[in-house]
Design a protein around this ligand. Sequence first.
Ligand SMILES: [Mg+2]
Length: 126
Amino acid sequence: MSKMTILEYQEKVDEWVKTYGVRYFSELTNLGILMEEVGEVARIMTRTYGEQSFKEGKSKPDLADELADVLFVAVCIANQTGVDLNAALDKNLEKKRLRDKERHWNNPKLTGKSKNNNPAGDRTKP
Ligand SMILES: [Mg+2]
């Protein structure tokens, strides 16, 4: 598989929409579709890593494909609202770097230096 940049992916999605999808769904429709796709990811995650289980006899859904669905719709929204995701991702990572440069290292739940080590992050226990 070829590697592509975020910009290339935005352009490929735009081409796909205009070729096969006729036009973009409205922004609000795409918001709804994004929520649907995030729900599909949540269903897989809760059944793979959480306490829920898949129903017997049903094929196991494909997490990678569902994550790609989430990305596709997010890129549709970016394209139709004029967001340059390359610039936005750079800016967002820099924001996180500045905001979180010490925050997570000072979190005893992450470093294991807590008196009440709770790596599962159970917030019902202090
Ligand atoms: Mg899906």
